[in-house]
Design a protein around this ligand. Structure first.
Ligand SMILES: O=c1ccn([C@H]2C[C@H](O)[C@@H](CO)O2)c(=O)[nH]1
Length: 132
């Protein structure tokens, strides 16, 4: 699975978005270590704070099905720049993904920004911080 194929999977997932409030569709595709791809879209709610971002949908799908190691995540939205994940998603990605995992941010114009998980959220609060 190459980068462009993963982006295409993210675009497919984006079409499933439930966004009656923001009208802003986001798609994500998470490539697990064994090659399985988990798509995710944002899913909103009339109680706005219950909205779930595409990135977390994909990650929670994968993790809850026993896929705990990943190679890459691609995220796509109709933004001017490659879509920047929100702070909550950066925190969740930092906890569940390897610091060196590839993060591919893109938009519908094909602009791409590639970075690692540790670059996505430098100094993330981590499980080690809970140790006394
Ligand atoms: O990286 C992002 C940024 C935003 N959203 C969603 C949350 C909300 O449904 C909508 C507008 O913020 O976009 C995502 O899914 N991923």
């Amino acid at each position: 699975m190459d980068k462009q194929m993963l982006i295409e999977e993210a675009k497919k997932a984006r079409e499933m978005a439930y966004v009656p409030y923001s009208k802003f569709k986001v798609g994500a595709a998470l490539l697990s270590e064994d090659g399985t791809v988990f798509g995710g879209c944002n899913i909103e709610n009339a109680a706005y704070s219950m909205c779930n971002c595409a990135e977390r949908t994909a990650l929670f799908k994968a993790y809850s099905e026993g896929h705990k190691a990943y190679k890459a995540i691609a995220v796509v939205a109709d933004t001017n720049r490659p879509v920047p994940p929100c702070g909550a998603c950066r925190q969740v990605i930092s906890e569940l993904c390897d610091p060196n995992m590839q993060v591919i941010l893109t938009n519908l114009d094909g602009k791409i920004q590639e970075l690692t998980v540790s670059e996505l959220l430098p100094g993330a609060f981590s499980p080690e911080d809970l140790n006394e």
